[in-house]
Design a protein around this ligand. Structure first.
Ligand code: IDC
Length: 342
């Protein structure tokens, strides 16, 4: 055999082997767009329609009802097509979470709410995500004013009925029905709330994936693991802030995972739980390593230029898309690098 034929045979063998390995490891979708079409929950994992485990990685907006410190930018302004393109191309994100406070200033149930504007922002987000082959999470951001989601159950049902009807044909929309129940809100109350809101969504969008918050600011996945909901395609929220929550919380998460609970980290920060101070690369890296090992999706708080550690954009930067690395904060640079290395 001449030299050329030998080289050709080796080339063919190596190519066949490489393609085989990629297919076997289920990385075909990963190598491409990182968009997998309609998702489903299978066992404890988020999967594509063929049952292959997938991971979503991306960023959450700050509250779309809030404005920047100087009032120049509404945080909903970051929800636009060009921004999503930047997040996809330069951050390798495949999901954006749109955080809409249920309460607090301008939140959906607050008396200052501009519901039309909030819904228009969500609409922009769903369409921008679809146009860019990305997923979008519509987050009912329960937090401080009424930490028990049952308090605004009626408004939540009407909101989720509206959006799930409107986006029933979109396979990129994920519904997060209560960000972080807290102040002693029990799992029993959350289940009661979920059993009323989930059927409303499912009536319009039967196969949709839904994320349910857990007690104590979405930390008590252990409680949910012992008593999960009866619905299919449900993920349970687990949130952490790397400089506050460490090994004991990582154990709590892995224990719930080992018990079979499908978990989604719909919010995490690289800093203190306050969202300000304590940027911690080492602990953030440890978390990401664990999440990747368990194939758990993760969404960073937050896409905005507020002068606080969690923000990914510098407060001096007024751009609402097309950010360069120099426009990013310490946390933003870490996020870009981390998602790019996945
Ligand atoms: C924080 C924001 C901050 C805002 C505060 C109250 O970063 O600018 O003033 O909310 O609205 C959460 C919440 C998330 C918090 C974040 C940081 O889901 O809304 O954002 N955090 O405190 N849970 C744990 C931490």
């Amino acid at each position: 055999m001449d030299n050329f034929s030998k080289k050709l045979i080796i080339f063919v063998l190596v190519t066949v082997l490489a393609v085989g390995l990629v297919m076997q490891s289920g990385c075909v979708a990963e190598a491409g767009s990182r968009y997998y079409g309609a998702l489903k929950v299978s066992g404890k994992h988020l999967c594509d329609k063929n049952g292959k485990t997938v991971q979503l990685r991306g960023v959450s907006t700050h509250g779309i009802n809030f404005n920047s410190d100087d009032g120049q930018i509404s945080f909903g302004d970051y929800v636009n097509d060009k921004a999503f393109k930047t997040l996809k191309k330069s951050f390798h994100a495949n999901v954006v979470r749109i955080a809409m406070y249920s309460d607090e200033w301008g939140g959906y149930c607050d008396r200052n709410a501009d519901r039309k504007k909030l819904l228009a922002t969500i609409d922009r987000g769903v369409k921008a995500a679809a146009a860019n082959d990305m997923y979008v999470i519509i987050d009912w951001h329960v937090l401080n004013v009424h930490p028990n989601p049952l308090d605004h159950k009626k408004a939540a049902k009407s909101f989720f009925n509206k959006v799930s009807k409107k986006y029933s044909k979109y396979d990129n929309v994920i519904y997060e029905i209560c960000n972080e129940p807290n102040s002693g809100t029990s799992w029993k109350d959350i289940k009661k709330y979920a059993s009323q809101v989930i059927p409303v969504i499912r009536k319009n969008a039967p196969k949709s994936v839904i994320i349910v918050g857990t007690p104590t600011w979405s930390q008590d996945v252990d409680i949910a693991a012992s008593d999960p909901l009866k619905y299919k395609n449900v993920l349970y929220a687990f949130h952490f802030y790397a400089n506050t929550h460490r090994d004991d919380m990582r154990k709590k998460l892995s224990d719930a995972y080992d018990k079979g609970l499908p978990v989604f980290v719909s919010e995490y920060g690289t800093c203190d739980a306050s969202g300000n101070g304590g940027f911690n690369k080492q602990e953030s890296d440890k978390w990401i390593k664990l999440l990747d090992r368990l194939h758990i999706s993760y969404v960073n708080w937050s896409l905005c230029n507020k002068n606080e550690t969690a923000s990914i954009i510098k407060s001096s930067c007024k751009k609402t898309s097309g950010w360069k690395t120099s426009d990013l904060t310490q946390s933003g640079k870490w996020l870009k690098k981390t998602l790019n290395s996945r």
